[in-house]
Write a protein that binds this ligand. Structure first.
Ligand SMILES: NC(=O)c1ccc[n+]([C@@H]2O[C@H](COP(=O)([O-])OP(=O)(O)OC[C@H]3O[C@@H](n4cnc5c(N)ncnc54)[C@H](OP(=O)(O)O)[C@@H]3O)[C@@H](O)[C@H]2O)c1
Length: 301
């Protein structure tokens, strides 16, 4: 597997230009907005997407006022396949293809605790939507992006396996070379069954209060464990395809505890939080394919 990857030529130090196209989800505010700004600063053409057209237009307006003309907007509700398809068609007709996809949109658990409706909604946005957006846009990723096209998922350290008590799941999820999307789906669906039956708090699922977290983030942690595992599974699928001509580099990334509407007590700035996803998109380190990064360093799963 690694032999196949290392056969790819190293990318040139600055391979990108105004013809490079990046798409960022959930980018009207927070870390996503800052990822757009940092990529635009590099001279890349960036498509800022947001589910709300007004909030998206305001975000674009703010970037244009800062001097960035190389930004464009399209609506995207990551939870709607119709919306994802409309974006894909627009990208195809407007740019022909894309070089970088950054799956950033995400939501947190309800502060009042876990219930089935909220759990479904968090997993729909943070896990299933990442898969649907990626699967739909994968054919648009260009064959000739120097060093390979890139897919980055903004995940979280809360998705590291040290927060997962069920040792059987930990064993299977640690075996990254053999992990599959079907297994990750079954993991997520079992959690939803346990929530539906009231069995989610019987010791199998993350209880991050034991790791010092005060906020109820159980479903969020499951969603991030799943999406980090999905990145490894997708990497395995892409390598197994033996599509040597179409190189797609996938990574997950934790931005750190960043002060945004999602985490008002965060300690990092959005500039700091956007740094690693942007660095991965630009530099795509080949030793980290399918892996989780934080502060430009590979983290344990
Ligand atoms: N902040 C942190 O400390 C931290 C730590 C680890 C990981 N993360 C991850 O970083 C990412 C960005 O979070 P953030 O802190 O920047 O939060 P944020 O400021 O709340 O931004 C979240 C973004 O996601 C968008 N979004 C939510 N549901 C969507 C949907 N169905 N379709 C399209 N967009 C949707 C929001 O749009 P609306 O404005 O329309 O709601 C917003 O633009 C998330 O994946 C989060 O899990 C954050």
């Amino acid at each position: 597997m690694s032999g196949l990857i290392s056969a790819f030529p190293a990318p040139a130090p600055q391979w990108w230009s105004k013809d490079t196209v990046a798409v960022v989800t959930g980018a009207n505010k927070g870390i996503g907005f800052e990822i757009v700004r940092q990529l635009a600063k590099e001279g890349i053409t960036v498509v800022l997407t947001a589910r709300d057209a007004t909030r998206g237009a305001e975000a674009i307006e703010s970037l244009k006022k800062q001097g960035f003309q190389n930004v464009n907007f399209h609506t995207l509700d990551v939870g709607s396949q119709e919306s994802i398809d409309a974006l894909a068609e627009w990208l195809r007709t407007t740019y022909g293809g894309i070089d970088i996809l950054i799956n950033n949109a995400g939501i947190l658990d309800d502060p009042n605790g876990v219930n089935l409706e909220i759990a479904k909604s968090v997993l729909a946005t943070n896990y299933f939507a990442v898969k649907n957006v990626t699967k739909t846009l994968l054919p648009l990723l260009r064959d000739d992006t120097p060093g390979g096209a890139r897919v980055i998922v903004v995940a979280s350290r809360l998705g590291q396996l040290k927060g997962l008590p069920n040792k059987d799941y930990v064993t299977t999820l640690t075996d990254r070379e053999h992990i599959t999307e079907d297994f990750v789906d079954s993991f997520v669906n079992k959690y939803l069954v346990d929530v539906a039956n009231g069995n989610h708090n019987k010791g199998d699922w993350p209880d991050l209060t034991k790791l010092g977290w005060e906020a109820p983030v159980e479903t969020y942690a499951v969603s991030k464990i799943a999406v980090i595992a999905y990145v490894s599974a997708l990497h395995n699928t892409l390598v197994a395809r033996h599509e040597g001509e179409k190189k797609i580099n996938v990574f997950s990334s934790c931005p750190g505890h960043v002060r945004t509407d999602l985490a008002p007590n965060g300690i990092k700035t959005v500039e700091e939080g956007a740094d690693t996803p942007v660095w991965l998109a630009l530099h795509s380190p080949k030793e980290g394919l399918g892996k989780l990064y934080g502060e430009r360093t590979i983290l344990d799963f």
